[in-house]
Design a protein around this ligand. Structure first.
Ligand SMILES: CC(C)(COP(=O)(O)OP(=O)(O)OC[C@H]1O[C@@H](n2cnc3c(N)ncnc32)[C@H](O)[C@@H]1OP(=O)(O)O)[C@@H](O)C(=O)NCCC(=O)NCCS
Length: 286
């Protein structure tokens, strides 16, 4: 199996069809959003695609500052795919990083010809939407929907500060934002912005997944101005987001959070969300 820089339309369509069918059978995404966006946009990546024992396998590798980082389709990580990923990374003089998805806290390193170390975990939390109460709003704080064409710069500045320690979210650019606004799920009414004296101080961006296997709401991005942390704004923002999702008739909500993000996990657990699975990243790096 060799690394392809681009997939042709036939390969891409076969892959997306296989991902859709797996997702339907397992009621979960076969590939994370970033990988699907890269695939649909025909973005350059290290694509490993092949058939092993009659089963289509695929992994997409993207360069990070230190590694070639792979995510595979449909939790399929046969040793042949891993070895090909390792060879690609070594050929480029990079460390290999690879995700095992939908596992528990006991999930082991995948079988690979190199020793792998766990270096990142993302938890998926889920809970029911009934019975949430939005806490009382301070008098000088207002909540409104994001205004496309007006709020972008202020949001990106606040997002960068709120997520200064988060490798991907903190680096969100205008282009990343525009790409999301063009997705069919985007609804400014579900992108809640908290303001104090006119200035944006927190946000809760929700996303509704209308999947063939069921509908679910997501707390997609939530952030509070770090200068105002610990004053109840996070609880207010997430509660307002959950309330918005419940108002759409959804029964359940989910979200992803770094396993090291104790403040956020504490907040979500206190709102009744609990772990359904986690994704773990393994690396050959030190
Ligand atoms: C996570 C975040 C939204 C919390 O916002 P906040 O306004 O500081 O939080 P609140 O004051 O509303 O606190 C709500 C709950 O969060 C938890 N929490 C907040 N700060 C905490 C801390 N430093 N340590 C542990 N738990 C904490 C507690 O459970 C708290 O409940 P309590 O006040 O009853 O104890 C905020 O820290 C933030 O924007 N972080 C950066 C962006 C981010 O990580 N977003 C989540 C990505 S999934």
């Amino acid at each position: 199996m060799h690394c392809l820089q681009q997939l042709d339309a036939t390969e891409r369509n076969a892959l997306l069809a296989e991902a859709a069918s797996w997702s339907m059978a397992h009621a979960r995404e076969a590939l994370p959003e970033q990988a699907v966006l890269a695939l649909k946009a025909g973005a350059p990546a290290c694509h490993l695609l092949g058939t092993i024992d009659g089963t289509l396998v695929y992994a997409q590798g993207q360069s990070t500052s230190s590694a070639l980082e792979f995510v595979s389709m449909a939790d399929r990580l046969p040793v042949e795919l891993l070895d090909a990923a390792l060879e690609c990374a070594e050929g480029r003089g990079r460390d290999l990083a690879i995700w095992t998805r939908h596992v528990s806290s006991e999930g082991l390193a995948p079988p690979c010809g190199a020793s792998l170390r766990l270096d990142r975990e993302i938890l998926r939390l889920q809970g029911r939407l009934d019975g949430h109460l939005v806490p009382g709003m301070p008098e000088d704080v207002s909540i409104s929907a994001f205004q496309p064409g007006h709020d972008e710069a202020e949001f990106l500045e606040l997002n960068a500060r709120a997520f200064a320690d988060h490798p991907e979210q903190g680096a969100m650019s205008q282009a990343d934002l525009s790409l999301r606004f063009r997705q069919s799920w985007f609804d400014p009414e579900g992108f809640l912005v908290l303001r104090q004296h006119g200035a944006m101080i927190a946000f809760c961006w929700t996303k509704v997944h209308r999947e063939p296997w069921g509908d679910i709401g997501e707390i997609y991005v939530i952030g509070v101005d770090p200068r105002l942390a610990g004053r109840g704004l996070g609880r207010l923002a997430v509660s307002a987001g959950l309330d918005h999702l419940a108002g759409l008739g959804l029964a359940e909500a989910m979200l992803y959070v770094e396993a090291t993000n104790e403040p956020a996990i504490g907040l979500y657990r206190s709102l009744g969300l609990s772990e359904s699975w986690r994704d773990r990243r393994w690396t050959t790096g030190s």
